[in-house]
Design a protein around this ligand. Structure first.
Ligand code: 3EB
Length: 335
């Protein structure tokens, strides 16, 4: 027999879904709507609000004026701890941190500090059930991600610092992630993400070697992320997915072939995530496409629109993928 104790976590309702969408409008108007947990702007700054829930990702969108909006429940509380900002509705926690690389001695130290600060927040934040949180999803954006040769590449240094900064407790089940390069010349590491009062399930892709066990050729410290996180609400948070089969990049130099391989990887990941998620398919996802070459945006969009009968939302951002032979990457949220 299960005893119902009104003071226990069992009395708390199941985790509701987080509503994520792309929307047009002004940042101030969108932030004024009820239950806004986070608002993400893309491209160069333009009169940005000074609000802990707002982040600007300096990647140029091919279609201007759209924001990504995260809607939770009410009320939303928010605050700052040094460089870290957060907001929470009691079920979900949005967090963001931006670290000036020069102030801390480089990209590696910036990554270590960012991850240590995020893990500290997750461990100390109290959710509606009185407990600490669990990271579900992380995004990482940095300038000039492919600069530096071999193990001196900035992305590889980022991976070293990230792994050092992660709380040992977070090293067992990694969350979904994206790591993309900006071209704005601002040596500021941005990390933002989502945590919840309940744990998600890490999903791996049977077509791909798990990133954390990539062989040495990709750097001294393997990237610490899962291919996706299935949330307790049944949503799928899909990591940056590229034309990687096994551990190798495929179709070097051919963006459309890389796109097709990426779509095969996404389909296989959805199947691995379970029958409900597989049945809804990639059509039911809000997608972000990261593309190196601006001139290829139209062809990429055309092929994607043909593949996805009726996408919930599609945003194309110009940026650098973390391996120099990859030209396109897609992340998303389904459900
Ligand atoms: C890959 O499959 C592509 O370092 O956090 C994708 C998503 C990639 C996240 C990360 C890297 C990361 O290895 C690269």
């Amino acid at each position: 027999m299960r005893l119902i104790d009104s003071t226990s976590a069992a009395a708390i309702a199941p985790l509701p879904s987080l509503q994520v969408s792309y929307a047009e409008g002004t940042a101030a108007d969108l932030l004024a709507q009820p239950g806004i947990l986070a608002l993400i702007g893309f491209g160069p700054a333009q009169g940005d609000p000074d609000d802990p829930r707002f982040v600007r990702v300096g990647l140029e969108p091919t279609e201007a004026g759209r924001f990504e909006v995260w809607r939770g429940g009410q009320p939303v509380r928010c605050g700052r701890h040094g460089a870290l900002r957060w907001s929470s509705d009691g079920n979900y926690l949005f967090f963001a941190i931006e670290i000036d690389e020069a102030a801390v001695g480089g990209i590696e130290a910036a990554a270590e500090q960012a991850y240590a600060a995020v893990c500290q927040l997750i461990a100390t934040h109290r959710f509606a059930d009185g407990g600490p949180g669990h990271i579900l999803r992380l995004w990482n954006y940095m300038d000039a991600i492919n600069e530096g040769r071999g193990d001196d590449e900035r992305y590889r240094h980022f991976c070293c610092g990230r792994a050092r900064g992660l709380d040992p407790a977070a090293r067992n089940g990694y969350s979904a992630a994206t790591a993309i390069g900006r071209r704005d010349g601002k040596r500021v590491l941005q990390v933002y993400g989502l945590a919840a009062r309940e744990e998600g399930v890490a999903i791996e892709n049977p077509r791909q070697v798990s990133a954390w066990s990539y062989p040495r050729q990709y750097g001294p410290v393997a990237p610490t992320f899962a291919r996706a996180t299935r949330t307790p609400a049944g949503q799928l948070l899909v990591s940056g997915t590229a034309s990687v089969v096994g551990h190798q990049s495929r179709h070097a130099g051919d963006t459309l072939a890389q796109l097709d391989e990426t779509l095969r990887n996404l389909d296989s990941l959805l199947v691995a995530a379970g029958p409900c998620i597989a049945a809804r398919g990639i059509n039911a996802a809000l997608l972000k496409v990261y593309l190196r070459e601006p001139a290829e945006a139209a062809a990429v969009e055309q092929r994607l629109r043909r593949h996805l009968a009726d996408p919930v939302g599609l945003l194309i951002l110009l940026g650098d993928i973390c391996r120099s032979d990859l030209r396109i990457e897609i992340d998303g949220i389904q459900g």
